[in-house]
Write a protein that binds this ligand. Structure first.
Ligand code: DQQ
Length: 488
């Protein structure tokens, strides 16, 4: 085993007993992680790079961590791919960027800081080590006309090839107006011409979603004639907010937006990236931020986790469906199946068998039109701690209620919800992934909610179903224990 692999294994082992540390989601061996970067499938392997501070669980001196997988589920740590280097354009950090295949040459385009510029590196050994292009930066800052207007935001190149040109998107901001994504073009990846903003938001509107003041981490997906722009937004106080999608068409280098919306609900999923794999699937990961104080992350010795890999596909009307990749079923171990559970009044159904905090739960239910159905997760026997996942038929809302998720006052406890479109009498299917402090909920293979919880009591592991009002028939409840993805 190489020195770096042995160090990574030792770090993972030292943190494995932490009851809040996810066990089947990717996260680094220790310390800080934020955005997924440079996703690419190369010679059959999925490469996942990520924003990484290997020295401390805070966002500082950002490197690119690197891991590889053949099945999207199990990962092998590889040596750090990019390191901030004195005297270079990435001296203060190697921020977010992408990976492309340039005629057989693996190539990274990423943000060097400070100032924020675009750097290029190539690999001659199948993505293991990277050679910094001596002519860097390939883009040395915002276009002249915008230089004073970008709110110091010019980052996260996303590159693709189309009609014999390379195109590049940069996240930025137009002062007083809103977030923007800038479009560039090149014939050789080195010399770039700024074309125009691909899209600019209006920070003064709130419908259908508030688009924030700075846009970062663009991705551009192609589904035939339909294009989908993904980006993440920073709010007025500098807070990282949410990720949005905008569907439309791309003709003559102009993007014509048609539909837009929130990509993932909950407020914890940020800076997603996608990879188009050999099967033609767009697979997305996002950074799941922590929902606890910085000092708790410092004490824990780690911060940030990757979301599950999620399939992104178009649905009629310009929206997107989001579903976990089917490969994740490989993690299922012990299985419980309950069928035909009728719930009404104060009826409870208790699943006693599982003391596990790493579960997949699949619940298919028929709500009546007045019902409020509750699936309680991570509840302690005395009810002091509990997280309620609720479906309210009147408002068609799925909510993760966190007021009582933890007795620790230093964790966030706001609720998050998503409105789902379901017809009366239709079966609703919730697929829930619980991985210690991570809760992800997929609804009808379309909507996706992600949140974080930090139960403190050692016995907060109960699972319960009940209705607060109305009636519900649970046609099936599948519960699986999920295995760890680490061999430690
Ligand atoms: N994180 C990176 C930036 C990006 C932001 C820095 C989003 O490149 O804009 O770590 O989380």
């Amino acid at each position: 085993m190489s020195e770096s692999a042995a160090r990574a294994a030792a770090q993972r082992k030292a943190l494995a007993a932490d009851p809040h540390r996810p066990d089947y989601h990717f996260l680094p061996p220790a310390n800080w992680m934020n955005d997924p970067n440079g996703l690419i499938q190369w010679k059959g392997q999925y490469h996942l790079f990520y924003q990484y501070n290997p020295y401390s669980p805070i966002h500082e001196r950002i490197h690119w961590g690197h891991a590889v997988s053949t099945d999207l589920v199990h990962w092998t740590d590889l040596p750090i791919a990019l390191t901030p280097t004195p005297g270079r354009a990435d001296a203060d950090g190697c921020w977010t960027g992408c990976a492309i295949d340039n005629n057989g040459i693996p190539t990274l385009l990423y943000t060097g800081v400070f100032p924020q510029v675009v750097c290029l590196s190539t690999s001659a050994d199948d993505l293991l080590t990277w050679q910094y292009y001596p002519g860097n930066p390939v883009i040395d800052g915002p276009p002249t006309a915008l230089q004073t207007r970008t709110d110091d935001s010019f980052r996260d190149p996303f590159v693709w090839k189309e009609n014999n040109f390379w195109y590049l998107l940069m996240g930025s901001s137009m002062a007083e107006v809103g977030g923007t994504i800038l479009l560039y073009r090149s014939a050789n990846l080195i010399d770039w011409d700024y074309l125009h903003p691909l899209l600019t938001g209006d920070a003064h509107t709130i419908q259908p979603v508030w688009p924030g003041v700075i846009w970062e981490c663009p991705n551009f997906l192609t589904f035939g004639d339909q294009r989908v722009l993904l980006f993440s937004i920073i709010g007025a106080q500098g807070g990282l907010s949410n990720s949005l999608y905008v569907s439309g068409t791309f003709l003559d280098e102009q993007f014509l937006p048609q539909t837009q919306g929130m990509l993932v609900n909950g407020g914890y999923f940020y800076a997603p990236q996608v990879v188009l794999d050999a099967q033609g699937r767009y697979i997305m990961w996002g950074w799941l931020m922590e929902g606890r104080s910085k000092s708790l992350s410092q004490e824990a010795g780690w911060s940030g986790v990757m979301s599950l890999p999620v399939l992104v596909a178009p649905i009629p009307g310009g929206g997107l469906s989001l579903e976990p990749v089917p490969e994740l079923t490989a993690l299922r171990t012990t299985h419980w199946l309950y069928e035909g559970i009728e719930l009404s009044g104060a009826a409870h159904f208790l699943h006693n068998d599982s003391r596990n905090d790493c579960l997949e739960i699949l619940v298919a239910f028929e709500p009546d039109q007045h019902c409020e159905f509750v699936l309680k997760l991570r509840c302690s026997p005395d009810g002091q701690e509990q997280t309620c996942l609720t479906y309210q038929a009147a408002s068609q809302q799925i909510t993760i209620e966190r007021e009582q998720s933890s007795v620790n006052p230093a964790v966030e406890r706001s609720n998050c919800s998503v409105v789902v479109e379901a017809n009366a009498g239709e079966l609703l299917k919730l697929q829930i992934f619980l991985d210690r402090s991570v809760v992800e909920v997929f609804v009808n293979g379309q909507y996706y909610l992600a949140s974080r919880i930090y139960p403190q009591c050692p016995d907060s592991s109960g699972l319960e179903l009940f209705v607060r009002r109305g009636r519900v028939r649970v046609s099936s409840l599948d519960i699986w224990s999920l295995a760890s993805i680490w061999n430690i």
